[in-house]
Design a protein. Structure first.
Length: 317
């Protein structure tokens, strides 16, 4: 039987790819020309195919390994590979990386440089970089307004628009990156409050991050989990456009891979946040939440949103 190599497959645009995989306790290898992951069940080994031509990102959690051949095929298909902790979120005690979730880009000497050159034209100017960050935040607000009514909850449109208009004013009034980050934090806190009242109605809810070592509520757990799925999309979008992760416009002073965090911010509050609270209310498991979150990414065109926003910033600034 002739082997089918990833290089022979019809290319699917990253923005149209449907799959993000989170794998744990398995081996990723090439079997019969296909990339598969293998799990052990008793005395049997179960093989599951990964449709790499239709996959944008693979997150490898605890207890995983992959072969060189698998990396070669994934790279040929342009699949981003990320290493993370259990449940899709980092194990801070086991990594010294400044970038919480490590991503490895497919190697290619023929990546487009158009957007990198446009990006560099403004990136070294503090004022222009601040303007780019404001453009990103404004697009983030538009996506919230666009996506929130599409979820299974009763959103007060008037309340949401009032909140978003206030956020836009605060973003426009910010004169430094730190002021913009502070405004972002205030708006996020208000969004958490609205989502909480629409679902859990928990008077004691408080956003906590990186708390996997202790017991904490499902909403926070899902927010962390979903955010790292969004980071996978952010890393993929940056690679597709040829933008290095270090050329951040807002998180650059605090995180080495800041542009991935910037890119993920575009869709986190619009898609991850609602699904996290809805799944917490429904009592979903992590697997059910992950499937629901990835489904929303595909239905709402999350990767398209990130890519289009980064292109807009590169062209406009």
């Amino acid at each position: 039987m002739d082997l089918i190599h990833s290089s022979d497959l019809k290319t699917i645009l990253h923005s149209k790819r449907a799959n993000i995989y989170y794998l744990e306790h398995c081996r990723v290898l090439v079997n019969g020309g296909r990339v598969e992951y293998v799990t052990d069940q008793g005395q049997q080994s179960l093989y599951w195919n990964i449709p790499i031509a239709n996959t944008s990102c693979i997150l490898l959690g605890t207890g995983t390994s992959l072969t060189q051949a698998a990396v070669r095929e994934l790279s040929r298909a342009g699949v981003m590979i990320g290493f993370c902790g259990g449940g899709g979120t980092p194990l801070f005690s086991s990594t010294e990386s400044e970038f919480a979730c490590q991503f490895f880009s497919p190697q290619s000497e023929y990546r487009a440089t158009e957007y990198l050159q446009s990006w560099c034209q403004f990136w070294f100017d503090d004022n222009l970089r601040l303007q780019a960050a404001k453009t990103l935040q404004q697009q983030r607000l538009k996506i919230i307004q666009q996506c929130w009514p599409k979820f299974d909850w009763q959103v007060d449109d008037k309340q949401l628009i009032t909140l978003l208009n206030d956020a836009e004013k605060q973003f426009n009034d910010a004169t430094t990156s730190q002021a913009l980050l502070a405004a972002e934090g205030r708006i996020s806190k208000r969004l958490y409050g609205v989502a909480n009242q629409l679902t859990l109605q928990d008077d004691n809810f408080k956003r906590e991050q990186g708390s996997r070592g202790k017991h904490y509520d499902p909403a926070n757990q899902f927010l962390d989990h979903g955010n790292y799925l969004a980071y996978g999309l952010g890393a993929t979008a940056c690679w597709v456009l040829g933008l290095p992760h270090g050329l951040a416009i807002l998180h650059g002073k605090t995180r080495r891979g800041g542009l991935v965090f910037d890119a993920a911010d575009i869709i986190k509050d619009g898609i991850v946040l609602p699904q996290a609270f809805i799944s917490a209310k429904q009592g979903d498991s992590e697997k059910e939440f992950r499937q629901a979150c990835i489904s929303q990414f595909a239905q709402l065109g999350a990767l398209d949103m990130i890519i289009d926003t980064l292109k807009q910033i590169a062209d406009k600034t």
